[in-house]
Design a protein. Sequence first.
Length: 418
Amino acid sequence: MLKAELFYPSRKENVATRETVQKMAVEMASCFLKELRDPKKATSDYLTSSEGKFSWGFTTEEEHNALIGKSATNDSAESPFAMLTQQMQQFGRILGIHAAAVGQAKMNGDFKRDLQGKVGVGRNGAFLRLPKEMKESLLRLAVNIAPDVRGRERAALDRQRESKKFKMETLRKKKLLAAQYEYAAALTFIEMYHSDACWKDAIIARRKFDALGSDTAKREAVKDQIRIRVNGLGWKDVHHAWSLKGVDYTANQLLQHLLMKIIPAQDDGRVIPETPRVNLPSRKNMQQLGTRTLDVDDLDLRKDEEMEQFERGGRELREEMEDDGLTDRYEKLQDKTRPKVDETMIDVRIEQLWEYTEEDGSVVKQWCSGVVVGVKTQNRVLIQWDKEHIQDGLEITQQKLLVSKWNKHVCEGWRKYV
């Protein structure tokens, strides 16, 4: 009746909407086919219309013949699991080994009984077809080995639980380490916001952008400006992707996003956090009814301790990365463009990278700090070095501050002291 009404409607409302339903069917079928034929999805491999490699039209006659009589589904493999689940649901605290055994016996029909009394081999299950002596022997064997089987089952379950616990703990540590890396990077981004590296308004941003030479340098500079707000200050709503469908956004496109969305949002009175947000799982804050339990107080105390430990670990991680030369926060706190070497540089503290040869012949790089006390030419200045960096009694020396070595980790590379 349902099929008849569907294809040959007699009710007035069904007749009146027939044309609309037909149009809907065509639209829906078109959408279904488009999704099924999408080459990014596995379903396309099974459709002849999309030239799928497993489809009927694109497999050989030999493969067709080889598949005759074969199961098209995995029902036989899934059935034991379904029977195990049914036993667990019905009997609650039944052991897994018992539930599995019952399900397996049902699937095999081991205890199937011919209730109609018809004679014939195969009517009864395998157990009932055994001679009486073998049945008794099998039952005695089962009773005798049951304790050992249960013991091995418990041991296997314990190993499984330990393995799962180990995997979960490993995953938790990986997530915690990833979060600490993110926190360590965010620490630097917040410091960048309060340094010369940050473009605070549209005029400065445009001037700094135009002063950069290559498109690559411009693009990386704008990306850093976006990261400062998104990763450092936690303004996730102003995020901008670096590419779309495999095509990178240009430096100018990212700059427009910075000028039109991020800087105006910054001027709307948003809170500038002193420390990054800690992204750790935590208890959901819910409305309180009655008196807080001591357990909740303990959870909150434990959360505060975990937060403190996490933040301390993030800072230590940043220190370790800097010691290993993987990152340098002071490099990131510098302006992308070299400051002009003129009278405005006088009394500015800078540092310069020098190489020293140890007694064993190894070369060590060290940043040496000092104050610019005079400007000789466009690139040459007089530097009065801090006491701990003075060698051979030369307190003031003349040094080159080259454009090519601004904020670079090379010999005589230089930057502002922060």
